[in-house]
Design a protein. Structure first.
Length: 269
């Protein structure tokens, strides 16, 4: 079987960081840390880009079923999973024929973030990472079209890994859909731009207090508790230029738990 070339689309392509809008980057940052309203906004923009792409339009018109998945994760969902979930709802409202699969990710629960890595470090980390499909999804994916949803593409190391797996699994065709796609130059020279985006609004654990304390009551939406949020509140070792020192973070965590201890957190699957 002829292996298709990688297809990708993006709601927004970043060539220069100075062209980014402050409101937009802060909304992205809030999405990464579980804000359900920001997640829905990001998903709406991405769904629009998806349904306007010729490849997807052809599938919709032909009424061929599309298998939808997010980027790979293990037991604990990522922010991209929440975006993929919302995009799926929007496509379902358009009567797009679809089903869902999941790329499994093996290994321990990593405390480091890709956003802080260089291009070489990302490539090395991805070579060690195990990504696979369950037996059920292996059968489901054969001769099917696949839509892979992620929030950002920087160096493309994760995409290459999934492309290889899709090729080996006998999928008919596939397309990667990103909210942000970094241009080649900025991705090569400044992959840490991803961390700048991630932390444009959320700098310390104190910024998460409104999500846990007031969000469900004031908005009716439930917090998306994801792996990034858990790492943020369960680790004290500084990793990023945006992180406070360990002593300050411990103090912040004590205050955070004091304010949110009795609050019921929602883990949405």
């Amino acid at each position: 079987m002829k292996i298709p070339k990688p297809k990708r689309l993006a709601a927004k392509i970043i060539f220069k960081t100075e062209n980014l809008h402050d409101f937009e980057t802060k909304m992205y940052s809030r999405m990464k840390y579980g804000d359900p309203v920001a997640t829905k906004r990001i998903a709406l923009h991405l769904a629009s880009a998806i349904t306007n792409h010729p490849f997807v339009q052809k599938l919709i018109i032909s009424e061929e079923p599309i298998l939808i998945t997010s980027s790979a994760f293990g037991v604990i969902p990522t922010a991209s999973y929440s975006v993929a979930r919302e995009v799926t709802k929007l496509l379902q409202s358009l009567d797009v024929k679809h089903d869902r699969i999941k790329f499994e990710r093996g290994g321990d629960f990593a405390t480091n973030h890709y956003g802080t890595m260089t291009a070489d470090e990302r490539s090395a980390a991805m070579k060690k990472r195990q990504i696979f499909l369950s037996k059920t999804d292996k059968e489901k994916i054969k001769n099917k079209h696949v839509l892979i949803i992620d929030d950002i593409s920087v160096t493309g190391s994760h995409e290459k890994k999934l492309h290889q797996l899709l090729s080996e699994s006998g999928a008919k065709d596939w397309i990667f859909a990103y909210y942000y796609l970094l241009g080649k130059k900025i991705a090569a020279q400044s992959p840490e731009t991803e961390e700048d985006l991630n932390r444009s609004e959320i700098r310390t654990v104190l910024d998460l207090i409104p999500f846990f304390k007031d969000y469900s009551k004031n908005t009716g939406y439930k917090l998306r508790l994801n792996s990034r949020v858990l790492k943020f509140i369960l680790t004290t070792t500084p990793e990023s230029i945006y992180d406070v020192d360990a002593y300050t973070k411990e103090a912040h965590l004590k205050y955070f738990f004091k304010k949110t201890l009795r609050v019921r957190a929602y883990f949405i699957i």
